[in-house]
Ligand binder design. Structure first.
Ligand code: ADP
Ligand code: LRH
Length: 491
């Protein structure tokens, strides 16, 4: 039969893209119809997302997509827009890297101890969790005036359809949801004075999310009706659905601006050990739990490139990676899970400073800085995958790397070597694929569960295989140089 087309809107922290997936029961083809940069803007001392530029990118992408069966939207987690009673946006959404949550977790912990927060939500401690952002916003005119809060993908969906909802996988990143019940953590929110009625009703991947409004059809040249389907609207949920695993015994690294590394489970792990190791239990597609750790990821590299470009230094990623492959391995490493790397700016200096602080040689040139970042990421990947297995009891034989980082051959090989496990790299656009295939299932084009979606991906997507080097001793020794890598809770 003829393939059916589905549009995935996938907004990542570094770029937005609209990708058309053409799907039959046996085939999946992707066509990237539009990609646009995601450039945050600092104004009045606050770091914002340029949400209207992103929205324009979405509209341009939908126009370029042409006739589609449906549209699905996923973006990064935790951030939100506030709406007035008339539906207008109250101010520009704040970026999760903004400093407004500084000191807020400490304040919250005086009301609700960390152990209770973890027991109620299963969410890691990270300063950008929606819970802390809302606590930081308490008493501001915007929050006082707000009638509704929409998480980023739900905001885009609302603008396209006029229908408001809160998608579950992304809601699970707010630190306001109980992952056992899949419903809000009412008691916790009550104690903190957070008004859960701001969130519109929960909806799940596969649920209908409305239809493109007449004005959108006109702006994009699409023909009525075009349904919007709820997908795993947290990009990492869609990316993990898009991992081409062939059994339960796999670890994944959703490797883009962040590295999200862990395993897929049936139920959350909320032990004290798990909390201390800063693992999070986010909800996935089809009732799964994404048990993972946040690692700074390629952000470290993106920020170095941005600094070098501004300084007039070479900043071609491909060339720097070739040079980094020739640089001395494991000369110095940093803790790639350290929240000290969260904020933007002067990344090469901060990496040098971290090396100095830990009494390691400071990178002497750009290639050594890139090598330091990639060695450090490989070590952090290893720590997360070892800890995930130990803490969950789920053992793995293979590491899947998906996202833009799957295109970084050096990083994939270093990760295989550090973990002592084979790495399967790809697809780079796993989030778009997870998004498209959940839509295709809702439309009846494909059937079954995540295992069937993954079998289809294995059969259709080009993947690269990396075998680990036989000798891991260098990596074993390097672990001692990143004492923080195991204990990422910064209290
Ligand atoms: P996000 O969704 O967070 O915006 P992506 O999954 O798109 O991130 O990954 C972006 C990253 O992927 C880039 O910062 C870059 O490091 C890496 N990447 C993309 N293409 C390549 C490539 N051809 N070679 C090496 N790395 C690449
Ligand atoms: C990756 C991601 C990640 C979150 C972070 C805020 O894009 O969604 O899963 O922790 O952004």
């Amino acid at each position: 039969s003829d393939p059916r087309a589905f549009a995935a809107v996938d907004l990542g922290a570094s770029s937005g893209r609209v990708i058309v997936g053409r799907v039959t029961a046996r085939s999946v083809g992707l066509d990237e119809v539009h990609r646009f940069p995601n450039l945050p803007v600092r104004v009045g001392g606050t770091l914002h997302w340029d949400v209207l530029a992103l929205y324009r990118g979405v509209l341009d992408g939908l126009r370029a997509a042409g006739r589609v069966t449906s549209v699905g939207i996923d973006t990064w987690a935790v951030d939100y827009g506030l709406l007035a009673a008339d539906g207008s946006l109250l101010g520009n959404p704040v970026h999760y890297r903004d400093a407004r949550t500084e000191g807020v977790p400490e304040r919250i912990r005086r009301t609700v101890p960390q152990a209770e927060l973890y027991a109620a939500t299963g969410v890691q401690h990270a300063p950008f969790n929606t819970l802390y952002q809302l606590a930081a916003a308490q008493g501001t005119p915007q929050l006082e005036a707000a009638a509704r809060l929409l998480l980023m993908p739900d905001l885009i969906s609302y603008w396209l359809t006029g229908v408001a909802g809160t998608e579950l996988t992304n809601a699970s990143t707010t630190q306001l949801l109980d992952p056992r019940t899949g419903d809000w953590a009412y008691a916790l929110a009550g104690r903190l004075g957070i008004d859960l009625s701001l969130f519109p009703p929960l909806r799940r991947p596969g649920d209908p999310a409305g239809e493109l409004l007449p004005e959108i059809l006109e702006a994009t040249g699409l023909e009525h009706p075009v349904p919007v389907v709820t997908v795993g609207s947290h990009d990492t949920a869609s990316a993990v659905a898009g991992v081409p695993a062939d059994s339960e015994r796999f670890a994944y690294i959703s490797c883009g601006t962040w590295s999200l590394a862990g395993v897929e489970l049936d139920a959350p792990v909320r032990t004290e050990d798990s909390r201390a190791a800063n693992f999070t239990n986010e909800l996935g597609v089809d009732g799964t739990v994404r048990y993972l750790r946040n690692i700074m990821g390629l952000w470290l590299l993106q920020e170095c490139l941005r600094s070098w470009r501004a300084a007039g230094l070479p900043h071609d990623l491909g060339r720097l990676l070739v040079q980094a492959a020739q640089a001395q391995p494991l000369r110095s490493v940093v803790d790639a899970a350290d929240p000290g790397f969260l904020a933007p700016d002067s990344m090469p200096d901060r990496i040098a400073e971290s090396c100095r602080r830990t009494e390691q040689p400071v990178p002497r040139d750009q290639a050594e800085t890139v090598r330091c970042i990639l060695d450090s990421l490989a070590l952090a990947h290893r720590a997360a995958i070892e800890d995930a297995q130990r803490l969950s009891g789920r053992h793995v034989d293979v590491v899947h790397i998906v996202g833009g980082g799957a295109r970084n051959e050096l990083l994939c090989q270093l990760t295989a070597d550090a973990c002592g496990l084979p790495v399967v790299a790809g697809p780079a656009e796993a989030a778009a694929l997870g998004n498209v295939l959940v839509q295709a299932r809702a439309a009846g084009v494909i059937e079954g569960g995540l295992a069937d979606i993954r079998a289809l991906l294995r059969a259709t997507q080009p993947l690269r295989h990396y075998e680990p080097a036989a000798d891991r001793s260098r990596w074993n020794k390097a672990v001692a140089r990143t004492p923080g890598a195991k204990d990422t809770v910064r209290t």
